[in-house]
Design a protein. Structure first.
Length: 369
């Protein structure tokens, strides 16, 4: 079924069958969450620079930034970041005050463009007594270099004097991940469809080497390793970190949210986990519609843009839960519920790419979200 308009999505039709007084609970309020994290004072402030989504259409209205960086400087910095996705703080350690920030890649290009405002913003993200900011680039180094020929790139130490050399995390792009998932699904399906009298243990023993060949678990391992690197820097060394990939809405969302899940017990509660998804995935512009393919005839969506990025995140969460089940208030049923409704269109939550689009279509009132 290909909807001709947004009102044809099942989420909008389903809402009409609910009681008139039905109102979905509001779980995430950015100011409340930023205050909980101690990000509205002590060197940080909430900026309304993007209140009309003009500086960065894919960012939320409110972003947290260093208090000594003005909105005019932020706006200039945004022009030096792909799609205007400037560096913004998303989490702060409750004790040592180190922060996690996110952005897209700098517009360095092959000519070596420079922005003093962007360099100053990154310098201001350092924790107290931290000489140099850690910058993690989720991409392989070769991919980052290739992006410089398209106007992107990464932070060069000779320009970013307040940053350590970029550390590349080698997480593959959406195209490699999509191919990996297709191989993974085909492998598991074909093996399970073979009706034999073999025991489950025998089947699994034959299946696991085939699963390894799909490299799905290799991708998960790299994502978890990147999040672990962030935890080591922030929690154990009290050093602030900036994380980005190309556009900063796929691999960046994975690394940031998993690191926060590991360090912040609130995000391992039922409500807290949903707040985490709202904050680091929905409000910061992960392209749920494009990556899932919702409304392909309403947009110029291509199959090459579909990718299981959020599924990778949920799989990574399951890997952590499987090791530390008593550290979570929820179990795998919640993860299965989310992955199911990522494509069910029953709720409006995952139908659009940005906070701006969700507000435009008023999904909190017109759908059960």
């Amino acid at each position: 079924f290909a909807p001709e308009s947004y009102n044809d999505f099942f989420a909008f039709i389903y809402k009409k069958n609910l009681p008139p007084d039905y109102s979905p609970p509001i779980l995430y309020d950015p100011l409340t969450e930023y205050e909980r994290l101690g990000m509205t004072s002590q060197g940080l402030r909430v900026s309304e620079l993007n209140s009309e989504y003009k500086v960065c259409p894919s960012y939320p209205k409110l972003i947290v930034v260093p208090e000594n960086v003005s909105d005019s400087q932020l706006e200039i910095s945004s022009r030096f970041r792909t799609r205007g996705r400037l560096a913004a703080c998303v989490w702060r350690h409750p004790k040592n005050k180190a922060t996690i920030s996110r952005s897209s890649q700098p517009c360095y290009g092959i000519r070596g463009a420079q922005s003093a405002e962007d360099e100053n913003l990154l310098g201001a993200l350092r924790n107290e007594q931290q000489p140099l900011l850690n910058v993690l680039d989720s991409r392989p180094h070769t991919n980052a270099v290739a992006n410089s020929f398209r106007g992107g790139g990464y932070e060069k130490p000779n320009y970013y004097k307040d940053c350590k050399p970029v550390v590349f995390q080698n997480i593959e792009n959406i195209h490699e991940v999509r191919k990996s998932l297709n191989k993974f699904v085909n492998t598991c399906s074909s093996e399970w469809e073979n009706e034999t009298e073999e025991s489950l243990d025998v089947k699994l023993a034959r299946l696991m080497p085939l699963v390894e060949e799909t490299k799905w678990l290799d991708h998960i391992k790299l994502i978890l390793a990147s999040a672990h690197t962030v935890v080591q820097l922030v929690h154990h060394h009290a050093e602030s970190v900036l994380i980005h990939c190309s556009d900063g809405w796929d691999r960046t969302s994975q690394t940031v949210s998993l690191a926060e899940l590991m360090m912040d017990p609130y995000y391992r509660t039922l409500k807290g986990f949903l707040v985490l998804v709202e904050k680091d995935w929905l409000s910061f512009g992960h392209q749920f519609a494009r990556r899932t393919g919702h409304g392909t005839n309403l947009h110029d969506f291509k199959d090459t843009q579909r990718a299981p990025v959020f599924a990778q995140f949920l799989d990574s969460v399951w890997q952590i839960f499987n090791k530390f089940p008593t550290s979570f208030e929820f179990d795998s049923e919640l993860l299965k519920f989310l992955i199911s409704h990522l494509s069910s269109c029953l709720f409006g939550t995952f139908l659009f790419d940005t906070e701006q689009e969700r507000l435009h279509f008023n999904i909190s009132s017109t759908t059960a979200s």
